[in-house]
Design a protein around this ligand. Structure first.
Ligand code: KG4
Ligand code: ZN
Length: 355
C-alpha cells in the first residue's frame, strides 16, 4: 500500500490530492477560471501568483479531508512538465520542500502521464496496453500506453489543441472563457448540419493524409470567415441567436467526428481494444456520442473517466506517482520544471544527476 501527496499547478488549477494506490482519499481543486476569464484566457503571471496564494491552504485541506498526517504519507509528488514554467515551479518547489522537511521521497510527474492515470482511478483493474485519446486545452494526442513510463505518441495536433480550438471559436462567437462547455451547451440546441466546415487534414509528402494527426487551425479560420460573411449579411451573432447555436453545433460536430475517426483508426491499426479518454474536452457531449457509437460498432471498449478526473487535478498525478514510487522511480531534488517535454521522455524524470 502506497500513499502519495500530489500537487498539480501546471496551468490554472491549484490542486492537491492524497492517493492510496488507485484510490482517491482527497482531491482539492481550486480553479482560477473566474480570474482568467476576465482576460479571455490564462495569463501565466497571474496563474503563478494565484497558485502561491492558495497552495498552502490546499495542502492543509487535502490532509484534513483524507484524515491523515505526514507520518502516513510515503511520498510527495508534483507535476514538473509540461506546462507554464512559473506555475509549475510553485507546485514543484512546495513538493520538494515538503519532501525535505518530512524526509520523504520526491516524485516528479509528467502532466500527460497524469491524464492517462486518471483512467486507472476510475478503472483500477485496467491494464496496458491501451490507447489514450488526450484532448485538453493544451494537448491533443493519441498515445499508445505500453506500461508505466512507456509511451509512444502515434498522433498529435500540428497546431492548436482541441480545447484551444473550442476556446478560440468561442471568442469568435463572442462567448466567454473557457469556451468548450459553452459551445457544448449551445450546440445541443443548434443544427449540426447547418454549415459544412472543413475537417483539418495533414497531407503526407507522397500524397494522401496522415491517418492519426490533427489540425484545427483551418477549421478555426473557416469559422472566422463564416462569422465575417454572416455579419456582413446582417445576421446577429449573439449567444442566444439561432445562427450562433448552428455554428456551435456544426463546429462541434466537425471536431467530434475528426477526433473519433482518428482514434478508432489508430486503435484498430495497432490492435488495441480499449480507448481511454483524458483532458477537459472528454466532457464534450458530441465527442462522447460519436466515440461511443463508433467504438460499439467496432467492438472496442471506450472509457470516459468522471469529469472531475478528466480536467486538471492532483489525484491523477498522485496515481501516476504511486506506480513510479512502487517501482523505485524517485526524482532528484535538482529536478527542474519544463514547459515542453514529450511523454516518451518520462523516464528522464527518474534519473539522478551524476555528482
Ligand atoms: O484538461 P483541461 O482542464 O486543462 C488543460 O490541461 O488544458 O482542459 C481544459 C479545456 C478547455 O479548453 C475547455 O474549453 C475544454 O477543456 N472543455 C471542453 C468542454 N469542457 C471543457 N471542450 C469541449 N466541450 C466541453 N464540454
Ligand atoms: Zn491537463
Amino acid at each position: 500500500m502506497t500513499r502519495v501527496l500530489a500537487i498539480e499547478t501546471s496551468c490554472d488549477e491549484t490542486s492537491v490530492a492524497i492517493v492510496k494506490n488507485r484510490q482517491v482519499l482527497s482531491n482539492i481543486v481550486k480553479s482560477q477560471i473566474n480570474i482568467h476569464s476576465f482576460y479571455g484566457g490564462v495569463v501565466p503571471e497571474v496563474a503563478s501568483r494565484q497558485h502561491l496564494e492558495t497552495i498552502n491552504q490546499a495542502i492543509a485541506q487535502a490532509l484534513i479531508e483524507a484524515d491523515l498526517d505526514w507520518p502516513n504519507i510515503d511520498g510527495i509528488a508534483a507535476t514538473c512538465a509540461p506546462g507554464l514554467v512559473g506555475a509549475l515551479l510553485v507546485g514543484l518547489t512546495a513538493a520538494k520542500t515538503l519532501a525535505i522537511v518530512h524526509n520523504k521521497p520526491f516524485v516528479g510527474v509528467h502532466h500527460l502521464e497524469g491524464h492517462i492515470y486518471a483512467t486507472y482511478l476510475s478503472q483500477p483493474e485496467l491494464k496496458p496496453p491501451f490507447l489514450c485519446l488526450l484532448v485538453s486545452g493544451g494537448h491533443t494526442s493519441l498515445i499508445y500506453v505500453k506500461d508505466c513510463g512507456e509511451y509512444e505518441t502515434l498522433g498529435q495536433t500540428r497546431d492548436d489543441a482541441a480545447g484551444e480550438a473550442f476556446d478560440k471559436v468561442a471568442r469568435l462567437l463572442k462567448l466567454s472563457y473557457p469556451g468548450g462547455p459553452i459551445i457544448d451547451k449551445l450546440a445541443a440546441e443548434g443544427n449540426k448540419l447547418a454549415f459544412a466546415l472543413p475537417e483539418g487534414k495533414i497531407s503526407l509528402p507522397g500524397g494522401g493524409y496522415h491517418p492519426y494527426d490533427f489540425s484545427f487551425s483551418g477549421l478555426k479560420t473557416a469559422v472566422l470567415r463564416l462569422v465575417q460573411k454572416l455579419e456582413k449579411e446582417g445576421s446577429e451573432l449573439l449567444s442566444e441567436s439561432s445562427v450562433t447555436r448552428d455554428i456551435a453545433a456544426s463546429f462541434q460536430e466537425t471536431v467530434a467526428k475528426g477526433l473519433t475517426k482518428r482514434a478508432i483508426a489508430c486503435a484498430l491499426d495497432y490492435g488495441l481494444n480499449t480507448i481511454a479518454i483524458g483532458g477537459g474536452v472528454a466532457a464534450n457531449s458530441g465527442l462522447r456520442w460519436h466515440l461511443s457509437r463508433a467504438a460499439e460498432s467496432h467492438n472496442l471498449q471506450v472509457l470516459f473517466p468522471p469529469l472531475k478526473l478528466c480536467t486538471d487535478n492532483a489525484a491523477m498525478i498522485g496515481c501516476a506517482a504511486v506506480d513510479h514510487l512502487s517501482r523505485g522511480h524517485i526524482s532528484s531534488l535538482n529536478l527542474g520544471a519544463s514547459s515542453r517535454m514529450g511523454i516518451q521522455d518520462v523516464m528522464e524524470l527518474y534519473k539522478f544527476p551524476l555528482v
